[in-house]
Design a protein around this ligand. Structure first.
Ligand code: FMN
Length: 179
């Protein structure tokens, strides 16, 4: 079975997650291409799709949104999973007691559940180095209120990423149970 892992990453954290998911799926005997969304010129021809993006201001990157929207028909007809990378820090719940990963779902998850009926959606913690940030992000990231919610570090949880790759491999051959 052939799987496409397509991702959108600005500073590399999400690319690392996508590559790790690809390795996990290969270990399960699947043939895997890991590609940036913007480099995928022909999306059809795979038996499953895993699509992910970094979240900025609660939204997926444009190239990932375009990828899903342009290929919605193929994704709907084929087993598809979506992931998002974003929340920084290690807290499980926020100051109001709400689940941090749930609260970091990008706006696109709700929309794409309707559009492509993914078999699963998952949020992973991300990574952030203040000095690497460029352009308009840098202006946002320097705002004192924003700096407080953007702790620096690599918070990616490789065990959770590996476990999700395993779940996808398990579910791939099963009939659809919609997310
Ligand atoms: C300006 C800015 C805005 C961000 N907004 C969000 C957000 O809305 N939700 C979220 O979960 N993470 C947010 N993050 C964290 C990034 O999504 C996180 O660092 C991610 O892992 C970056 O992935 P990338 O290196 O692949 O671009 C933001 C980071 C920056 C610098």
């Amino acid at each position: 079975m052939k799987v496409l892992v397509a991702y959108a990453s600005k500073y590399g954290a999400t690319e690392g997650i996508a590559r790790r998911l690809g390795e996990g799926l290969r270990k399960r005997g699947l043939e895997v291409d890991v590609m940036r969304c913007k480099d995928v010129h022909e999306a059809s021809g795979y038996d499953a799709y895993v699509v992910g993006s970094a979240a900025y201001e609660f939204n997926w990157r444009r190239s990932a949104r375009k990828f899903v929207e342009r290929n919605a028909e193929v994704l709907t007809a084929t087993p598809t999973w979506l992931f998002s990378s974003g929340p920084l820090g290690t807290e499980k719940v926020d100051k109001d007691g709400n689940d941090v990963l749930k609260g970091a779902e990008p706006k696109q998850f709700a929309e794409y559940r309707e559009l492509v009926h993914p078999r699963g959606t998952q949020v992973f913690r991300g990574a952030y180095q203040h000095d690497e940030i460029r352009g308009v992000d840098r202006i946002v990231a320097w705002m004192p209120a924003v700096r407080d919610i953007l702790p620096e570090g690599d918070f990616r949880e490789w065990d959770a990423i590996d476990a999700w790759a395993s779940t996808i491999a398990d579910e791939m051959g099963e009939p659809a149970a919609r997310a």
